[in-house]
Design a protein around this ligand. Structure first.
Ligand code: MF3
Ligand code: CO
Length: 252
């Protein structure tokens, strides 16, 4: 069931979204060579708690941390560890969620560690831009497939592939609500969007093929071919006009 949020619910989604977006800003300040992903997780946990919110991911289906920290060929759901230490040239995808007053925010970015290759930077940039290409179609009366197709077309035109096994989602009282928001699809297909829907749009883009595998920790999703992967996600509110991005507090 797709829920349409009331004005008061939207106000709460804005608050949860802001905490989520600011958590990313806080985490990003600490991304440098020598830092472990467990340290980044602690920074996120402390920040979210200080805002009077709860980390959405912690204990979700048994997930053991407040962020997902997915390094290089890891796509999503990387479990933070003191043994995973960032080094110059890595790319690291950070996904975080905050739950406040009964509502969730969910957002992700991929960051470069120190100086990274031009190719890694291009993957990060294309992944981010693919979100904004999709966002152009995120408004009342459009079809979900319009967003999906725009993301896919942009990523594939740039020589990359779109992960199929994981998708975006509705969000609100639950972190994962209907509808599923694939990053691939056909224009004009799928459900009609309406004002008051809140969606987590989150392209996961691989430099190589789209196939993924799950590691033995049962969480970390990696590219099957070992190629780099990037992620960019925001929680957005559908309106009659341009979508309102609820989790964007870093540079656009
Ligand atoms: N943010 C992820 C998503 O967009 C969810 C993380 S799964 C968790 O679906 F278990 F880590 F919470
Ligand atoms: Co999400």
């Amino acid at each position: 069931m797709i829920t349409i949020k009331s004005r008061s619910e939207i106000e709460k989604m804005r608050v949860a979204g802001k905490i989520t977006g600011l958590a990313l800003v806080e985490i990003s300040k600490h991304i440098k060579p020598g830092v472990s992903t467990a340290e980044l997780d602690k920074i996120a946990f402390d920040f979210i708690k200080r805002q009077g919110a709860v980390p959405s991911f912690l204990n979700y289906n048994g997930y053991p941390a407040s962020i997902c920290a997915s390094l290089n060929d890891a796509v999503v759901h990387g479990i933070p560890s003191k043994d995973i230490v960032l080094k110059e040239g890595d790319i690291i995808s950070i996904d975080v969620g905050a739950y406040k007053d009964g509502y969730h925010g969910d957002a992700a970015r991929t960051y470069g560690v120190g100086k990274i290759s031009a190719e890694a930077q291009r993957l990060i940039d294309v992944t981010k831009q693919s979100f904004f290409e999709g966002l152009k179609f995120a408004s009342h009366g459009a079809k979900l497939g319009d967003i999906s197709a725009a993301i896919q077309e942009y990523a594939e035109n740039n020589g990359y592939s779109v992960v199929r096994d994981l998708v975006g989602h509705g969000i609100g009282k639950e972190m994962h609500e209907d509808p599923s928001v694939p990053n691939y699809g056909r224009k004009g297909k799928g459900v009609k969007l309406a004002s008051g829907m809140t969606l987590a749009i989150e392209p996961m883009i691989n430099a190589g093929e789209y196939d993924v595998e799950v590691l033995d920790d049962d969480w970390t999703v990696v590219t099957a071919d070992g190629s780099l992967s990037a992620h960019y996600e925001n929680t957005v509110l559908i309106t009659r006009d341009k979508a309102e991005i609820l989790t964007l507090y870093d540079e656009v």
